[in-house]
Design a binder for this molecule. Sequence first.
Ligand code: AMP
Ligand code: ZN
Length: 478
Amino acid sequence: MTPIRLYNTKTRRKEDFVPLDPANVRMYVCGPTVYDRAHLGNARSAVVFDTLFRLLREVYGPDHVTFVRNVTDVDDKINARAAATGRAIRDITDETLGWYHEDMEALGTLRPTQEPRATEWIGEMKEMIADLIAKDHAYEAEGHVLFAVDSYADYGALSGRSIDDMVAGARVEVAPYKRNPMDFVLWKPSDVDQPGWDSPWGRGRPGWHIECSAMSYALLGQSFDIHGGGNDLMFPHHENEIAQSACAHPEGGFATYWMHNEMLQVDGKKMSKSLGNFFTVRELLEQGIPGEVIRMVILGTHYGKPMDWTDKKRGDSAATLRGWFAALHAHGFGPSMVALLKDCGDWEQDPEFLGVLANDINTPGAIARLHVLAKGHTAPALAPLAAGLELLGLVHDWADLPRLAGVGAGPEVAEAVRVAVDALLVARAAARAERNWAEADRIRDVLTLAGVQVTDVGGQAQWQPGPEFDPSKLEGAI
Ligand code: AMP
Ligand code: ZN
């Protein structure tokens, strides 16, 4: 089994990854707040953890990995959007989640095993809040329930800050009912026009942090393997998640490995909705930039380093991918060949490629290795390139290969023409079998004249329309 190493934010070290249960490797990642289209920064986080998910599935088996990514569908930004547009909250969140799925799918991400929506887990959140109050880690004040940071000695350990530093450095909301300015909200009251649920503390709604603690506990248990998200969430969100979970379930370990992707930036600043310096994934797709190219640009930088989107990176990634896909296409790769390779057990990852990727998701290193593998001159020699591209999520349907290779952009081929060319190829094979070389050559010349490109793959002829394709030249050839 390929050993995986991951940089653990909690210990600030790269560590060997040892799952609690190799038969069920468990990962939780903080997902989108659904009130608007995902921007490229959100996409970076989704692609990074999708790549880790794919690696875990490769190493432990697809049925042995559980990946939970939450959907925050109760949030003041959503309420504000509803108030501004007059639309129902559920309409907005359903629509936005649909967009998120579409856009992330275009980037080749797999659906997580579960995508809990916060509004469907309010009962579990209330239970955890009541438990925290019972254990003296939380208190009720003026319709709010607050977590008492002084009740948890390790508060701040993840981000390495003391409570005093935080108070000095953070723009905390100072409220008279807070015992410590760093105390954070678990439950807050709702006005009549805000979404709310009945609770022992009055009609209200949960604070943001409690949803991840409650839903990860419900779906993954009190101890699981990996917790991920962007490093903008380390403080306060992840710090607060840890405090809640550790105090509610002191016997559990919560997450063993904490992973944080660095930010996608614009001119040195984090891309974010609030700064207004963002562009959406949809905008890039609508400019005609294929999802595979966007994903390749993202994978071109290690997740632990800040990165910018540049036009040069887009151009270079597009050219590299087109070259690789064209080589695979020319060597007969497609759905049937890949299925055949998989059936015969000839679909294996290059050990060096896998080793580099497993070393803290070193995607630029893995891509460098693909450049070497792409030098193969035969279909079997290129199989590890194809397998690597599939593992990195850069191709999901091998029927797409002509489009990806840029050869599908040619003329549409009518069904009757397709049948005619297939028939000519059968006739050519029959002529060859009968050693009727004259007839075989005649058919070859007809096909060449009509601009049909034929490649022989394992004795099997495959064809595609070339740039000079002219089906009228096939007439009367049979
Ligand atoms: P949000 O919808 O803003 O709550 O974010 C969803 C996910 O995207 C979280 O894991 C964030 O940490 C991540 N994220 C937000 N902005 C960026 C960015 N500029 N670069 C990378 N990840 C980001
Ligand atoms: Zn979270």
